[in-house]
Structures are given as structure tokens and as C-alpha cells.
Design a protein around this ligand. Structure first.
Ligand SMILES: Cc1cc2nc3c(=O)[nH]c(=O)nc-3n(C[C@H](O)[C@H](O)[C@H](O)COP(=O)(O)OP(=O)(O)OC[C@H]3O[C@@H](n4cnc5c(N)ncnc54)[C@H](O)[C@@H]3O)c2cc1C
Length: 407
């Protein structure tokens, strides 16, 4: 049994940024990851750092659209029908939070964390010299329907209350910014403060940095059991040895509920599968991420690549690829843009599991019944956006070594 100071479970963007800030606090860090660093949801996502996306998924709008989409397997939001108690309880809680009063409470929390993260990203990238295609060039939402554009405008107006700046663009102005858009766009909404990154490059480079500063990163090391004694975790069993941590950070993304089960912690997190298609970037594609709104597909330039990412499928902890959903992303890309997505230019098709809570807020807390456990999971569609702020919070909670509150 190895005695360690802080043991982090999970080498995704949350685990690695936590390691970064824990080291800054002078902690000694060991991180175990069952695969490679950044091989979970943090690998092929859209890489958007978007304080403008601060409205939680559980909002009144999603209920009406969601009910229409829910059972259609190539729609942006799909629930695979199954009688799993955890899914039923999650859907019930999601429904309970899908109201205006919850949106008013959750939006400022997400926005504050998002803004804090945005500032931390630019500082980390600059000060540490990371080469991960970080750009702060804003985000442009594209609309093909008048109804969609009206809904987008009212959301943008609501976000102005939180000082989230946006500009409305007519179809001509959209065309000027993105020459590849197809005719038929009725308008766009531009959020100038947002940023984007290549998430896998960021996570891997930050991991190398923390390793060079003394963090012990153990890949292909899977946590298979935990033992407790009193109010503490006293042993963490892995496929490559056992640890006795002073502090344990659970950053296992969509797998966190599984890992936490032996602590009798019931984390309300459902895996929400999404897909991305990465192609070689057309020469003249601007350095500007897009959201193809009616299809809910994000388009992110990442160096020589262009990534299309989207769809949300509640189908449990399974990583099967559903070709119909990949095809829906390809179709959306070609409907909005004059870009061909084919085997000629596809670099990679990927799927990952977003760790989704029913209220849209991550769980970053020290659970009351465990004195040496910190949970940092459940970041839904915003794990990249919120990672540095989460890492800082984890380091603060570890520093205080006292109970913190769940949002
Ligand atoms: C299609 C798509 C697009 C997205 N776009 C964006 C975006 O634009 N912006 C944004 O902010 N977010 C986006 N997200 C969400 C984002 O990817 C996640 O919120 C984020 O990656 C979660 O990070 P994490 O570190 O919690 O989880 P992960 O990256 O999944 O990391 C968890 C790690 O824990 C490891 N692990 C699990 N169990 C064990 C165990 N027992 N022992 C050891 N290790 C274990 C896993 O292997 C994994 O590497 C997107 C997601 C998807 C699917």
C-alpha cells in the first residue's frame, strides 16, 4: 500500500486542471487514469470556452423541443427508452429543474465560473506556453428558421442581464464573417468574448507540465474498489496497486457514480453521449467557431482541423457508435455550410460521454459524510469551459480540508 497526499481519479480536463492547482498549493499529487490521459469525454469534444452558454440544459425551452426530439434516434436530443431507476429518477429531477426560476438561479453560477475559467485559460496558456490552438475570437450562432432566431434573440437579451455581450447579425453580415455559409441563413448572434481550444492538446500538454513539476501520473491504472474506515477512505484499490490517500479527488467524468457507489454516494450523473466528426480544415475557413442552432451542432476550427460536434443521447454507459447520429451531424454541416464532409477529408469520428447532472450544475464538493473525499464531476456540456475554475475550487477545498456546500 502506497501512502500518497492527494490521489486524483480521472485524467480528463477536470482531473488534470485539479492537479495543476493542487500543485500550486504545494500539495503532492498522484493521478490514476484507466486509459490514456485525456481519453474520455475531454478528447474529441468541441473545445468551446463559452461563458455565453450559461443557461443550464434544464430550461423551459428544452422541454418543449426535447419532448418532440426525445424518442427520435437522429434528433439532437435522444433518450433510449429503458426502465433503469437511475435514468427515471434523473429525468424526473431534470423535469423538476426545467423552469424559469431555476434558470434565474443557475445562470449566474455558470456564468461566474465560466468567466473565471476564461481568464484562467488565457493566463495558463500564456504563462505556461501551451500550444493548444487557444483563440479568443468569439462564437457565432447561425439560424435557418425565423422561430429559432426569435428564440435565440430572447435568450441573448436575457443573457445581457448578466453582462454577456452579443451582437445581432443579418444574413449579409453573417456571410461576410463566414463565406462558407449556404443561402437560407436568416441571421446570426455573435458572442465576441468566447474562446476555443483543442481540448486533447490542452489536457495532454497540461498533464506533461504537471508531471514535470512532480505530479505522479499513472495511466492504465483503473480504480476497482475503495475501503473506508470511520469517516475516511483508507484504501484505493487499482489494477496496478493500492493507495492510502490523505485526500481523494473523484474526477471520473461520466464514470464517477460507479466509482462513488462503494462510498454510498449517489451522484446524480447520467452519461450523455455525443459525437464529433473532425475533418481537414478548408483553407479559407475563418478562426471563428459556429453553432448550427436548429441542429445543435458546434463547428470549431482547431489548427489544421475543423470539428463538428453535437447530439445528446441518454443511453447509459455505452460507447457504441450509432451511425444515424453521426450522419445527422454530417447532414447538419452540409445543410448550413458549403463544405463537403466525406471519407476524402474526415480525420476522425469520435464519441464521448458527457457527465450530465439533472440541474445542469457540476458537483464540486466535499460530501458531508466523508472527511477526505472531494467530488469534481458532472460538468455536462461545459467541462472544458469550467475546468480551470473547477481545478481552483478543488484546490481550495483540499486546502481548507473542511466540508463545502453543494450548489
Ligand atoms: C460531443 C461533445 C461536445 C462537447 N463540447 C464541449 C464544449 O465545446 N465545451 C465544453 O466545455 N464541454 C464540451 N463537452 C463536454 C466535455 O467534454 C465534458 O464536460 C468534459 O470533458 C468532462 O471532463 P471530465 O474530466 O469530467 O471527464 P472525462 O474527460 O471523461 O475524464 C474522466 C476520466 O476518468 C477516467 N476514469 C473513469 N473511471 C475510472 C476508474 N475507475 N479508474 C481510473 N480512471 C477512470 C476515464 O477514463 C476518463 O479519462 C462536450 C462533450 C461532448 C461529448
Amino acid at each position: 500500500m502506497e501512502n500518497v497526499d492527494v490521489l486524483i481519479v480521472g485524467g480528463g480536463v477536470i482531473g488534470v486542471t485539479s492537479a495543476y492547482y493542487l500543485l500550486q498549493q504545494g500539495r503532492s499529487v498522484t493521478l490514476v487514469e484507466k486509459g490514456e490521459i485525456g481519453s474520455g469525454s475531454s478528447y474529441g469534444n468541441a473545445g468551446l470556452i463559452v461563458p455565453s452558454y450559461s443557461i443550464p440544459l434544464s430550461s423551459p425551452g428544452v422541454l418543449s423541443a426535447g419532448l418532440k426530439w426525445m424518442l427520435k434516434s437522429d434528433s439532437p436530443f435522444y433518450v433510449k427508452p429503458r426502465l433503469a431507476p437511475d435514468l427515471i429518477s434523473w429525468l424526473w429531477r431534470f423535469w423538476r429543474h426545467s423552469n424559469a426560476s431555476w434558470v434565474r438561479r443557475a445562470t449566474p453560477v455558470l456564468h461566474n465560473m465560466g468567466e473565471n475559467s476564461l481568464n484562467l485559460y488565457s493566463r495558463i496558456v500564456r504563462e505556461e506556453g501551451l500550444d493548444c490552438h487557444y483563440q479568443q475570437s468569439g462564437l457565432l450562432e447561425l439560424y435557418r428558421s425565423h422561430q429559432g432566431y426569435e428564440e435565440g434573440k430572447s435568450a441573448a437579451k436575457m443573457l445581457q442581464r448578466y453582462s454577456i455581450v452579443s451582437q445581432l447579425l443579418n444574413s449579409h453580415a453573417v456571410q461576410e464573417k463566414v463565406p462558407q455559409v449556404r443561402p437560407g441563413i436568416v441571421g446570426g448572434i455573435y458572442f465576441p468574448d468566447d474562446a476555443h481550444i483543442d481540448p486533447a492538446r490542452f489536457v495532454r500538454q497540461l498533464a506533461q507540465l504537471v508531471a514535470s513539476r512532480g505530479a505522479d501520473l499513472r495511466t492504465h491504472t483503473e480504480v476497482i474498489g475503495l475501503n473506508t474506515g470511520g469517516k475516511k477512505v483508507v484504501a484505493v484499490h487499482t489494477t496496478r496497486g493500492d493507495f492510502r490517500p490523505r485526500q481523494l479527488v473523484l474526477a471520473g467524468g461520466a464514470w464517477s457514480p460507479e466509482i462513488a457507489r462503494s462510498l454510498s454516494l449517489s451522484l446524480p450523473i447520467q452519461p450523455a453521449k455525443g459525437y464529433s466528426i473532425t475533418i481537414r480544415r478548408p483553407d479559407d475557413f475563418p478562426e471563428l467557431p459556429l453553432i448550427l442552432e436548429e441542429a445543435k451542432v458546434a463547428v470549431t476550427p482547431m489548427g489544421e482541423h475543423l470539428r463538428f460536434a453535437g447530439t445528446l443521447e441518454l443511453a447509459g454507459l455505452n460507447l457504441n457508435i450509432n451511425q444515424r447520429r453521426v450522419e445527422a451531424i454530417r447532414r447538419a454541416a452540409e445543410t448550413f455550410l458549403q463544405i463537403k464532409v466525406s471519407s476524402q477529408n474526415i480525420v476522425e469520428i469520435w464519441r464521448g460521454l458527457r457527465p450530465c447532472t439533472p440541474n445542469g450544475l457540476p458537483v464540486i464538493e466535499r460530501p458531508a459524510r466523508w472527511e477526505n473525499v472531494i467530488v469534481a464531476a458532472g460538468h455536462c456540456m461545459l467541462g472544458v469551459s469550467l475546468a480551470p475554475a473547477t481545478g481552483q475550487l478543488v484546490a481550495q477545498i483540499a486546502h481548507n480540508e473542511q466540508a463545502s456546500k453543494r450548489y
